[in-house]
Every structure is written in C-alpha cells, then in structure tokens.
Design a protein around this ligand. Structure first.
Ligand SMILES: [Zn+2]
Length: 484
C-alpha cells in the first residue's frame, strides 16, 4: 500500500548535496511525518522521568527514554491561548498582540502548519477546544490545516473533554490517511485541565478535576474522597478553585490556610488526569506503530503551562513561577540512537523552527524561536525569556516576568487596583522560587527590572487581532476557570 514514492526526497537531497547547506538526515525515502502532542496544563515535575514519586506517566516515560528531554522548557505565558500561539507560530505571543481572552492570531502570523503544508505535508489537527475557544480554528489556529477537528463535536452540550475521544479520532484519521504525502498531526488534549463535572454532575463532591473512574480515584485517599467541593462562598467544582483565587485576591482568604488534606486531594485528582492521558497517548503511539509509521515519525510532546497548588498564592494557572511555566518537552527524532537530557533553558517558541529544520522546510523570517540545541548550550548563548499574564479588564491578577541566567524577576499585582510589587529570585540558591528578594535593592536585580520595564512598554504590538466571543464560548471559558 505504501508506495514510498519520493519526489520530495530527490529534490531535498539534491539541494543538500549541491549546496551543502542543510544537515538533513533522511530516515526513509522521504521527509518524516510529524506528530505534535500538547497536553494542556501538564506541569513537568509531575512526570516520572522528571523525578515525580507517583507512577503518573509510565508510557510517556518510555518515550522519554528514547527522546531528547528538555528539562528546562518554558512557556511564555501561563494560559492556553498565548502559549499555543507561541508553540504553533514560533513567535512570542505578546509580539502577536495576544493579551486578552478575545485575542486571535493575526493573519500575518507565521504558521507551522502552513509551512509544513507548503513543504508537501498533509496537515490535520484534533483539538479539545470550541471553534472560538483558546485553540479554536476560528482563532486563527486552523490556518494551514486541511483537517481541523474540534472536540467534543460542536453539537455536544456536555463540555467535559475526554482524551479517549480525541485520541480515537486522531487514530482513526491515522488509519485512513493516504501515504502519498508525509503528515503533520497535531493533537491537543484538555483532560489534565480542571474540568466541570460531566456525567455524574449531581455528585455533591463535584470534583474540580473530573475524570472517568477508575482513573479519578486512583490516588485519592479516603479523607480526600469525602471532601466537598461545593461551598456557598467559593463555588462548586472548578468554581471552587476560581472562588479560592478570587477570595485570596480580595484579601478574604489566607493562602496559607489551604488544608494539607485538601491540597493533597487536589493533587491526587490532578495526577489522575495525567495517568489517564498517559494511557490514552499510549493508544495513539501504538496506533502509529501498528500502521507502520513508528520509524519515520518525529514525535514532540509538550504542554502549554503547568498548574499551581498554592505553592505561592493561587490555584489554577496564572502566576509566573516555575510550577506554572516550566513544561515537559520531549523530542523524539527516530534517527537518533538514544535519549538524553538537555538542561539549557528553551521555550515553546523553539518547537516550530526545530520541526521545520528537521524536515528541511524553510523557517519563516518572522519566527523568533531558535532551533532546539541537541546538547546543552554554552551559558553565553542564553537569552532572556519574558513572560506575562494580563488578566481581563478589571481582573484580579496581572504579571510580567523575565528569566535570565540564574535570575528570575516577577513584577505583579494581586487584587483589583492593587499596586505592583517586584520579587526577584536567585535561582541557583532558590530554584523553587520560595524566597523572594526585594527587587531593585542591588545592581543585578535593578538591571533586570529595567530590562523588564522596557519590555513591558514595547512588547505588545499595536496591530492586535480579536474575535467576538459568543455567549456559549464565554460561558464555556468561564466554566473552565477563565472567569477573570
Ligand atoms: Zn492551557
């Protein structure tokens, strides 16, 4: 069935031989396929290969053993829309004008899918998003994709996303895809994210990270299973998490007062989602193998941001600390003999140019990400990473951050109308960012603060694009915790 016709290969090899310009290693008679998986809300340190104590990720760990493991991979922002913009364009999302929840990708933004399609790829995406949601086709993410499927189906009224369905749809596409061209398959799953209770929503416990059984209870202690997540003041289920954040921001809730039982239960429910997604991703990788794609498919697994459990002030994902911004990044190149750790700081914007370079397709000049290093870079090659979170108008949290070398500086305000305050961290002494130092008190942090302020003033571009949010999308985003 697989003709393995190689017109692309002939051209690419001739260019490579004639010009000696590219370091392209063909693994078959044509360009490799590309599978890009984004696991929404997956923090790196809850995975086995990253040292987590629970068995959350046996299948991802197996892939990690054969992959480049970027141990310091960072998102540019702590929420879905800007991080996916960075991932799928290779450009910093703030430079694309993406700050608010109605922002869309501008027409002229570079697009990984478009670049691959121009290079002869068949392009398809299966995403856990409404069409106008944060990874929606109507936000501009559909550009360059021949197939862009929003899950659950547009007509579904139950918003509980399910990796089993998303993977099933992607695997079915894989089984039926013609082999005349290489493919680029993008899969985005929201099953780790806090989700409103789906079927069984009458349960008074209304778990904020709702997963099908037996997964949901996998790590939950008896005490944790009995907790109520329905509170008159805070809210119910995911609403409880949002209510917690708002109460902390309003000064009505002491963040240190989250009980250890409740915190452990939240992490147990969250970890159950990781294990569930790990199981589903394994099905997709099995499908890749059973259809004969395993030897010529580049596999990239990453996440758009992590999740906080009040390591600082908040739950969900808003703050710019390590818990929320450091993400997993696995890059499996089938021609590389063995896996390895790479510890230089890299970003989600580096993924698109890396894929394009690996398949010998041109990298658009607007791309600001750098091709991922195969081994650690020299410290002198490090670049600062700017990060940001701008809450919706009248929102309770706004933050800007910069990481450079072993220093991190966060300039933020918590609470409506609250003044900004700056914290800086010496990451060599305090990698978990638990002991903030007053910024500006010394030359080192003063220079970093000046650099951040300059970026805050010049970073966003004026030509931002936006999309009108219909009532259903708005309600849906609020149900996911994106209230304010
Ligand atoms: Zn997200």
């Amino acid at each position: 069935m697989n003709s393995r016709a190689a017109p692309l290969l002939a051209g690419a090899l001739l260019i490579a031989l004639a010009g000696g310009l590219v370091d392209w290693r063909p693994v078959s008679e044509r360009r490799p396929n590309v599978l890009l998986i984004s696991i929404d809300t997956l923090r790196a340190d809850h995975l086995g290969y990253d040292g987590y104590a629970r068995d959350t990720s046996p299948n991802l760990d197996r892939l990690a053993a054969r992959s480049r493991r970027y141990r310091e991979a960072w998102a540019p922002a702590p929420w879905t829309l800007p991080s996916h913009a960075g991932l799928l364009t290779g450009r910093h999302p703030r430079a694309l004008g993406i700050e608010d929840r109605d922002a869309a990708l501008p027409e002229n933004a570079p697009s990984l899918a478009s670049s691959l399609r121009r290079a002869g790829y068949r392009t398809a995406a299966f995403v856990d998003s409404m069409p106008r949601g944060f990874v929606g086709g109507e936000r501009g993410f559909g550009r360059g994709f021949e197939t862009y499927v929003h899950l659950p189906a547009e007509s579904a009224s139950d918003f509980r996303y399910d990796a089993a369905i998303t993977v099933e749809r992607a695997a079915t596409w894989l089984a039926h895809t013609r082999r005349d061209r290489p493919f680029f398959l993008f899969l985005h799953t929201k099953s780790v994210h806090a989700l409103p209770a789906g079927a069984g929503g009458d349960d008074p416990r209304a778990f904020p990270y709702d997963k099908p059984e037996p997964w949901r209870s996998r790590y939950l202690s008896a005490a944790g299973a009995e907790l109520s997540w329905d509170d008159a003041a805070l809210g119910r289920g995911v609403g409880w998490l949002r209510g917690w954040n708002e109460a902390v921001a309003a000064g009505e809730q002491d963040p240190t007062a989250l009980s250890p039982t409740r915190r452990k239960a939240l992490e147990a429910l969250y970890d159950a989602g990781i294990r569930y997604v790990d199981h589903q991703i394994a099905r997709l990788l099995d499908s890749l193998e059973s259809h004969g794609f395993a030897d010529d498919t580049i596999i990239v697994v990453t996440a758009d941001h992590g999740e906080a459990f009040v390591e600082h002030d908040l739950l969900l994902h808003k703050e710019l600390y390590r818990d929320v911004l450091r993400v997993p990044l696995l890059v499996y190149m089938p021609w590389e003999a063995e896996g390895r750790d790479v510890r230089s700081r890299v970003t989600l914007m580096d993924v698109a140019p890396t894929i394009l370079r690996a398949v010998d397709a041109p990298i658009p000049p607007e791309v600001s990400g750098r091709v991922l290093p195969e081994a650690d870079r020299a410290p002198s090659e490090a670049e600062p990473l700017f990060t940001y979170y701008r809450s919706w108008p009248d929102g309770y949290y706004e933050a800007y951050g910069v990481r450079e070398g072993t220093r991190s500086l966060i300039h933020h305000r918590l609470g409506r109308g609250a003044p900004f305050r700056s914290e800086w961290f010496d990451l060599a002494a305090d990698p978990a960012e638990q002991h903030p130092l007053p910024a500006g008190s010394d030359a080192q942090s003063g220079a970093l603060l000046a650099q951040l302020r300059a970026w805050m003033e010049t970073g966003a571009n004026g030509a931002r694009s936006s999309i009108e949010l219909d009532a259903e999308t708005r309600r849906h985003l609020e149900a996911l915790g994106y209230g304010q």
